[in-house]
Design a protein. Sequence first.
Length: 68
Amino acid sequence: MIQFNVEGMSCQHCVGAVTRAIHEHDAQARVEIDLAAGRVKVESSQSAEVLKSAIDEAGYTVVGTASV
């Protein structure tokens, strides 16, 4: 599982946008988003770089990445 610290998420629309962006690269990915903490956890077959790019392209800023 990969954890991203993401800036700019503030509502359920943001949750949907980030989830859709990740699912465009891996439809089977499991995505957990904690808005209050600004954390996105993803279990995916894609690399962290691919997922980070997807989040960035959705308009959000990834400020940190970790494997958990």
